[in-house]
Design a protein around this ligand. Structure first.
Ligand code: FO1
Length: 333
């Protein structure tokens, strides 16, 4: 029986996991997949709890995702958000579609009725049937904020703004000096999170943003320790190909923490479990084959394979390559 745990953020992690589930359905139908999802992008907006990465994973695995955008629902309308803007409320630059709003309304209703985020997520997944268990990294809010390096509109240099404002309103175009996980000190892993890492045969770090998605999950007290001690193989997939971020503005995030935008640098940033890091193995794209010696020298077994997830087939094959690399290391993976 193969139990796989994936630590995912938004679009890249969700798409990889969809390919993994399709690959497992064809080759190991009794395998189980648990996805530990970043909640650092979450925020209260218009009185609703918005959970971008949980919803992106849920919609993507459940067949309800807007495929072109990678987030939100297809065939959306924005009538309610236009009305909210007419009142002068909300974030006009952050689209809450009418269909998507139903998810936020139901989740907020459950939270206000005393449900934990884990319970609310499980309830929403009854409808979407993602084919994997979705666990928030924590049931206590841990929000990623970015400290502005310069004035921007009504914000002054030095001020912390929510990550989503930096990401969506400013497209990560305003330099920031640091990311702060607000609420991290009192955060604990959500129920089942540590267990999902410790009892897995395989833990995967998919090509999500290594700073604000996977990095945020690893920052929750107890999760990095679980990764370092699990008997599972821990295998990562580079989100950087040939020196450029595959999706989003991961390079802006890496620059902020002083990590070079390369498959090698991100692999070394995660580090080998043999040397206080979290990785046993790392997949890089064929164009980054030159990174293999440095990664091997750091104790990270690596392979160079096609990493571009262009469609369902290439994504499935990437998942198959990830499983193969893991099995080359541990027989029980
Ligand atoms: N991303 C955008 O670029 N523009 C948006 O207006 C936007 C709205 C939005 C609403 C709900 C949601 O779940 C996600 C949304 N996203 C939007 C995507 C979001 O910024 C990303 O999914 C992650 O937070 C970053 O990986």
């Amino acid at each position: 029986m193969t139990n796989i745990t994936v630590l995912a953020g938004g679009i890249g992690g969700a798409r990889f996991t969809r390919g993994l589930l399709q690959q497992l359905a064809a080759t190991e139908p009794d395998a189980t997949v648990t996805v530990i999802v970043n909640t650092g992008d979450d925020m209260w907006l218009d009185g609703l709890r918005i959970c971008p990465d949980l919803d992106t994973v849920m919609y993507t695995l459940g067949g309800g995702i807007n495929e072109e955008q990678g987030w939100g629902r297809p065939g959306e309308s924005r009538r309610a958000s236009a009305e909210i803007a007419a009142y002068g409320r909300g974030w006009t630059w952050f689209t809450l579609g009418d269909l998507d709003l139903a998810t936020h309304i139901v989740r907020s209703d459950l939270l206000r009725s005393g449900s934990t985020l884990s319970e609310a997520t499980s309830f929403l997944c009854r409808r979407w049937q993602p084919g994997a268990q979705l666990l928030p990294m924590s049931d206590t809010p841990v929000e990623t904020h970015a400290r502005l390096a310069m004035d921007a509109d009504e914000h002054r240099a030095g001020e912390l703004i929510h990550f989503e404002e930096w990401w969506v309103r400013y497209r990560a175009g305003v330099p920031v000096t640091e990311f702060v996980q607000v609420g991290l000190d009192s955060a604990v892993p959500a129920p089942g999170v540590v267990d999902a890492i410790l009892t897995a045969n395989l833990v995967i770090l998919p090509p999500s943003n290594p700073v604000v998605s996977v990095g945020t999950i690893l920052a929750v007290p107890g999760i990095r320790d679980a990764l370092r001690s699990t008997a599972a193989a821990v295998v990562g997939v580079s989100p950087i190909i040939a020196g450029a971020a595959v999706r989003g503005m991961a390079d802006a995030c890496l620059n902020t923490i002083g990590v070079q935008t390369s498959a090698e640098a991100v692999g070394l940033h995660y580090g080998s479990r043999a040397a206080n890091g979290v990785l046993d193995a790392w997949l890089v794209d064929e164009t980054d084959v030159g990174a293999l010696p440095a990664l091997a020298a750091a104790g990270i077994r690596s392979v160079a394979v096609p990493l571009w997830m262009r469609d369902a087939d290439t994504t499935r094959r990437l998942a198959a390559d990830t499983l193969a690399l893991a099995r080359g290391i541990f027989t029980d993976a």
